[in-house]
Design a binder for this molecule. Structure first.
Ligand SMILES: Cc1cc2nc3c(=O)[nH]c(=O)nc-3n(C[C@H](O)[C@H](O)[C@H](O)COP(=O)(O)O)c2cc1C
Length: 335
């Protein structure tokens, strides 16, 4: 689909149910009907934790939960993708409607609840995929699994998908699975990561955290990261706060897009100031234009991810960010 055509039908799309539009877009991308603009520039290439990224702009978790379009993201100019959140058990997620746009705020609220076809189904797709760019796999806890047994869910998906991910993201920050965010506390997180490390302690591991944590909670996470030699942290998931909106829209779920920008940036800056230089940081939350992306990288992110910003921009948005970064040549990092 041509950019101009997309621009002309966008107002129409915004009048339709958000989840249906997402489904149609995903189908069009997976079948190759909708394409972006690939962008490559060797000055953006960087090698981090042994993985070479053609550029630092990634697709955030939740967009392609089931890995339906694995071979197509590179053509949009992405430098990496994160599939999932995938859970041990397939599950339908929360009742619909569960995805809402707030265009006047360039925001999205979702309470999808990890709707996904399960880790086994993702394995089958990964086995025949050739994404052409680094791939992260984001894993979470199934709704039916009690919190005390969460580590078993994470371990199951990790073991099954191990050889297919350039890194794994342990998602303990979605607000849409009851109690999940309590797994960010020191004891629970230690249990999950230790278990995973008994399966393989060479795989690069990230923990994805919420933007709503206090500094002392962030300190605890940094301590766990250092004790267990995590590769890095992904900051951040969606927020449960509505403070950044002039009025509370009274829609339950995680808020993303422009209103989460300041919180996500503040968390990233805090982590950068307090983490050892060896800890890698992926910045996500409220990146709505190329300058936001540049600011996130200049504030300490090694890589960035986008989700809501893509909804409010053209399909070529990832490539536009990459081009901007190349033109404002960021220092290369190899570590
Ligand atoms: C509809 C929707 C579904 C999401 N699903 C997931 C998910 O399954 N796992 C996850 O870690 N994050 C998920 N996220 C959070 C995003 O990956 C990202 O962290 C968050 O939206 C902030 O970035 P943004 O402001 O660019 O959207 C989802 C976000 C949205 C809007």
């Amino acid at each position: 689909m041509k950019e101009a055509l997309y621009e002309s039908i966008r107002p129409l799309l915004f009048r339709c149910d958000a989840e249906k539009v997402h489904h149609v877009a995903m189908t069009a991308i997976a079948k190759g009907f909708m394409r972006g603009t690939p962008y490559s520039n060797p000055c953006l290439e960087k090698t981090l934790f042994g993985v070479t990224f053609p550029n630092p702009v990634g697709l955030a978790a939740g967009f392609d939960k089931d890995g339906l379009a694995l071979n197509h993201w590179q053509s949009f100019g992405f430098g990496f993708i994160e599939v999932g959140t995938v859970t041990r058990h397939p599950q339908p997620g929360n009742p619909k409607p569960r995805l809402f746009r707030l265009p006047e705020h360039k925001a999205v609220i979702n309470r999808m609840g990890f709707n996904n076809a399960g880790a086994d189904a993702l394995l089958a797709r990964l086995q025949s995929a050739q994404p052409g760019i680094p791939l992260g796999i984001n894993i979470g806890k199934s709704k039916i699994t009690p919190l005390e047994e969460a580590h078993e869910d994470y371990s199951y998906s990790f073991r099954l998908l191990l050889e297919h991910g350039d890194y794994f993201a342990i998602n303990v920050s979605s607000p849409n699975t009851e109690g999940l965010r309590s797994l960010q506390d020191r004891e629970s997180l230690t249990k999950i990561i230790s278990e995973i490390k008994t399966i393989d302690d060479t795989k690069s591991l990230f923990v994805k955290i919420a933007p709503d944590l206090t500094e002392s909670a962030l300190d605890e996470i940094l301590q766990v990261a250092s004790d267990l030699q995590l590769t890095g942290l992904i900051a951040t998931n969606t927020t449960i706060s509505r403070d950044m909106l002039p009025t509370d829209p009274q829609i339950q779920g995680g808020l993303s897009g422009a209103p989460v920008k300041e919180k996500s940036l503040a968390v990233l800056k805090y982590l950068k100031s307090n983490a050892p230089p060896s800890l890698h940081l992926i910045g996500v939350g409220g990146i709505l234009n190329p300058l936001d992306a540049q600011e996130r990288l200049e504030s300490g992110a090694d890589l960035i991810q986008i989700y809501s910003g893509w909804i409010y921009n053209r399909p070529s948005f990832p490539a536009e960010i990459a081009r901007h970064l190349a033109e404002h040549s960021l220092p290369k990092s190899v570590n």
